[in-house]
Design a protein around this ligand. Structure first.
Ligand SMILES: Nc1ncnc2c1ncn2[C@@H]1O[C@H](COP(=O)(O)OP(=O)(O)O)[C@@H](O)[C@H]1O
Ligand SMILES: [Mg+2]
Length: 290
């Protein structure tokens, strides 16, 4: 599916394909087209194995596509000479597993992406403290990851992702391991960054409420973007509300009794509409049905 192709795009993906393995090839991404505007928050949903992490890894130049291209701020990643430097300056990563270095303090972890950038040690420390202040953790600067809660560790990881002021943040299930309160804090922080600094954010999530913080929700399946929902759009809002209701859950499960309860003509058409509605609702959840 083609998502909007605008000229103000900070990130553009064309026919991006990734095939893993050779003996039994897996098409993790199948000719994906995507365009993200500067300052957008885009949520990526979809069942496990649908290619969400692969997409983020390609966008972040953490791995190379089989074919197709990724352009960030007009640079085709294929033509970027020093990918490490480009990545460090342009992109911030937040993963489900925070990946903090256990033997470094919070402040030292935040400084890691600044290494090799020539900044003075003292300046690096000051900058790390600014970032920790931003995420509300200045008083924990000297703590090791093991001395922090899950939510605090993830906030340190966000501070680290931000330290070079990237224009784009790629977040892969950043709240996946957090309780709902910490998860909300992390999302609020990302939304605030987006609002105050115009940081463009791509966030993979299984949580519909998290996805609602975005302007768009992309639903992936089998390596493709199969649906795009605009948050705030009347249909999307209705679908989100229905998906959360008992009736919605039953329709998603293709519960025939629930479908029969809908005020629709009970013939082949009903089944067809029910199946279409069910597919739409499922595209806002991560529930799969074979
Ligand atoms: N390094 C890899 N080698 C082989 N197959 C992989 C690799 N990474 C991912 N895959 C496969 O690619 C598909 C998409 O995976 P992934 O992008 O991790 O999905 P998601 O993040 O949506 O759960 C899956 O079938 C997965 O098994
Ligand atoms: Mg994943």
């Amino acid at each position: 599916m083609n998502t909007k192709t605008a000229s103000g795009a900070i990130l553009t993906v064309k026919r991006l394909t990734k095939v893993y393995g050779t003996a039994v090839p897996v098409r993790a991404l199948d000719e994906v087209d995507l365009s993200v505007e500067a300052g957008e928050i885009v949520a990526v949903m979809g069942p496990s194995g649908s290619g969400k992490s692969t997409l983020l890894n390609m966008l972040g130049a953490l791995d190379r596509p089989t074919s197709g291209c990724v352009m960030i701020e007009g640079n085709d990643l294929d033509g970027v000479r020093d990918l490490d430097a480009f990545r460090a300056l342009t992109l911030g990563f937040v993963f489900q597993m925070h990946n903090l270095i256990p033997t470094l303090t919070a402040a030292e972890n935040v400084q890691v992406p600044m290494k090799g950038r020539g900044a003075r040690r003292r300046r690096q420390h000051e900058r790390a403290m600014e970032m920790l202040e931003l995420v509300g953790l200045v008083e924990r600067a000297g703590h090791l990851p093991s001395q922090l809660s899950g939510g605090q560790r993830q906030r340190v990881a966000i501070a680290r992702a931000l330290v070079n002021e990237p224009r784009v943040i790629l977040a892969d299930e950043p709240t996946g391991n957090l309780d709902s309160v910490s998860g909300r804090e992390v999302i609020e922080l990302l939304v605030r960054l987006n609002r105050d600094r115009g940081t463009t954010i791509l966030i993979v999530t299984h949580d519909r409420n998290v996805a609602r913080s975005a302007q768009r929700i992309l639903q992936m399946n089998d390596g493709r973007i199969v649906h795009e929902h605009i948050v705030g759009d009347a249909l999307t809002e209705d679908l989100l509300a229905l998906a959360q209701s008992e009736l919605g859950r039953r329709i998603i499960a293709q519960d025939v009794d629930a479908l029969a309860g809908l005020p629709l003509v009970s013939d082949g058409r009903l089944t067809r509409m029910g199946a279409e509605l069910s597919a739409l609702l499922r595209s806002l959840t991560d529930e799969t049905r074979e």
